[in-house]
Design a protein. Sequence first.
Lengths: 114, 115
Amino acid sequence: GAVVSQHPSRVICKSGTSVKIECRSLDFQATTMFWYRQFPKKSLMLMATSNEGSKATYEQGVEKDKFLINHASLTLSTLTVTSAHPEDSSFYICSASDRDNEQFFGPGTRLTVL
Amino acid sequence: AQSVTQLDSQVPVFEEAPVELRCNYSSSVSVYLFWYVQYPNQGLQLLLKYLSGSTLVKGINGFEAEFNKSQTSFHLRKPSVHISDTAEYFCAVSGKDTNAGKSTFGDGTTLTVKP
């Protein structure tokens, strides 16, 4: 099956700094990528939908200026958490959908903000 | 809009026993239905999906699920579980009018298989 990678898998940063997370589709072109946030023992919360070459569509309640999403190519989307605070600590998961609209998930990135 | 309810937050079961993880959904439009498995600190892996056709769907690792439109359910079953099936399981739904990636997830069911 299709593979989606995320980098880094784990990141620890100081409060106030910015962190960039990459999501890549390794063997297919993804016109649409999705970013989710998962709290411990909780379900996935869709943060935004990212389309190549256009602005991301954010879900209600997600701060656009805090979670910057860029979809520069058909295989790469990035999520930048700006001015991170401890409450931003979470597990961030991306997914990419192929032409058949099947969704493939990345392995996730554990963000810890000190 | 859609919603998903996974009726059991935790399901403990002994090895080689059968298991059923329950999922109910609500939607104003026709839906696609999915079950995913998540192992600790990993992303989600698709177990199976219902798009159309036969209501009994078979997936990987011996799992199957049955779509019941009248009861708006999509319960996941396995006749004999293994220790390695211990994981978090998520039921998800997406409207046929949207990109399948825009799914709504249930809160998850923790399956613990005991020896």
